[in-house]
Design a protein around this ligand. Sequence first.
Ligand code: FES
Length: 129
Amino acid sequence: MPSPFGIRRRIKRLLGIEAKKSAEPEVEPEKITLHILGPKGDEQSVTTYAGSTILGASGQLRHPIASGCSDSTCGTCHVEILEGADNLSEPTARERGTLRESGHPAGQRLSCRTEILKGTVKVKAFELV
Ligand code: FES
């Protein structure tokens, strides 16, 4: 909890025990690129940080992927992976169950649960906002 008026910092400076700044430069988080092919053949792209979900990254676009629950229960956000499947997080049991119950074929993922871990990924979206 920060002290009011920076009192702790002033006391440490007076006592000569101010924390040293790290000599190592800050590492910029890895960037990823997501390409989305829309249902009408239109394509959108976004570059953002690794670890973003496909749905989260698409939220930066003019027409993001449609979603319902954002917790892998409705299946609305399903996408087909066209390129870069190896750059994605593994599907959870819950995601696999929702895809199976919704009747989505193999090769599809729930964009709200699928993280882009590295590189470039291209998906086909079935519904955009
Ligand atoms: S938004 Fe409902 S499963 Fe992704």
